[in-house]
Design a protein around this ligand. Structure first.
Ligand code: SAH
Length: 339
């Protein structure tokens, strides 16, 4: 009989399994705490359970682990980039960032990505598979164990499109919440999978929605982000308004500045006319250069920001972390697989 992946079970699901085994329900809560609060990796460590019960658990369940295949530590700012190997040999990346207010982890949601954004390294070889809830949790738990830091926040901005792996991502978030990690400390970034933004809004999970915009007209956006051919800007903005109305959470728009593509004064004016008057935040990011692509960093980041600020938009420039271990997201995985 195949063992059950215990880290991917919600407390309710775990309780049902424990009752089936003829044990008392409160045991499920004890096990859940061992897994998600104390974050043990072996059933033997669950010392308030009998040896016999621990033995039975290890016959029926397994606790997922990730293997650290590579760890790059920035000498500039302590950013750590992990290349993790999954149980089937697939690889993913997580990035641990050290901010003044605490540690943040950038978590991957898929091995690869099928969204096809032109500037992104993660999508060059397509999607291998979706990640399971346990594999998203394990990125947090392994990174904490390795770094001896406690995570303060999580951004779903690693490899993959979280809304293209909706059920597993929602399950992961629910388990995280049950473990006491407030979902207000989670940001979910999407390239704009509109139908799923509505589904997410209905769940009222309290996560911050980040939308990767990168261009403010359909013509320009479709050139760099294929998803825009399926869901245009009008539909995307409507979904964002709905998310804000349903959750009260201000949307964050990501805008990577690419030389000659979306960094002109005209592009800034287009962005102002798209977002002006909305209660939102614009995060400007100097594009990470990917060697397989010809996109270059814009020299006009400050000029672009000033135009937005002068128009009353709330715009910040994302600080570059780990510049010396750069490898834009998805590149470590690519190199490791020689894709
Ligand atoms: N699929 C999701 C989340 C993963 S990508 C999304 O699209 O939002 C995380 C962020 O990195 C997105 O804003 C994405 O557009 C951006 N990104 C991808 N490649 C980049 C690059 N080369 N330089 C700068 N930002 C990049």
């Amino acid at each position: 009989m195949d063992k059950t992946d215990i880290l991917s079970l919600s407390l309710e699901e775990l309780s049902a399994k424990i009752l089936e085994m003829g044990e008392k329900k409160f045991r499920a809560k004890q096990i859940f705490d061992w897994l998600h609060i104390k974050k043990v990796t072996e059933f033997e460590e669950m010392t308030n359970l009998s040896a016999q019960f621990r033995e039975e658990l290890s016959r029926n369940f397994y606790i997922n682990r990730l293997i650290i295949k590579k760890r790059l530590v920035s000498k500039i700012d302590n950013t750590v980039k992990y290349l993790y190997e999954l149980s089937d040999g697939e690889t993913i990346e997580s990035v641990l960032m050290d901010y003044k207010h605490g540690a943040a982890l950038c978590v991957s949601t898929q091995a690869g990505c099928r969204m096809g954004c032109k500037f992104c390294a993660s999508t060059l070889a397509g999607k291998a598979r979706d990640l399971l809830p346990c594999e998203m949790l394990s990125q947090m738990y392994e990174s904490e164990r390795d770094s001896k830091k406690i995570l303060d926040s999580v951004v779903l901005m690693g490899i993959g499109e979280p809304l293209d792996n909706f059920d597993n991502v929602v399950k992961y978030l629910k388990i995280l919440e049950e473990s006491g990690f407030s979902l207000r400390r989670v940001s979910l970034s999407t390239c704009g999978v509109v139908d799923r933004i509505y589904d997410l809004a209905k769940l009222k999970l309290g996560v911050t929605l980040s939308v990767s915009l990168h261009a403010a007209t359909d013509e320009k956006r479709s050139q760099i982000m294929p998803i825009n051919n399926k869901f245009g800007l009008k539909e995307l903005m409507k979904a964002c308004d709905d998310y804000f109305a349903a959750t009260g959470r201000r949307i964050s728009f990501e805008y990577s500045l690419i030389e000659g593509v979306n960094d002109s004064e005209e592009s800034a004016a287009e962005l102002i006319s798209l977002l002006g008057g909305k209660n939102c935040h614009v995060n400007l990011i100097p594009v990470n250069e990917v060697k397989e692509r010809e996109f270059r960093k814009s020299p006009y980041v400050e000029r672009f920001q000033k135009i937005l600020l002068d128009a009353g938009l709330n715009a910040t420039v994302r600080r570059t972390l780990g510049a010396d271990i750069n490898a834009a997201c998805g590149q470590l995985r690519r190199e490791s697989k020689k894709l």
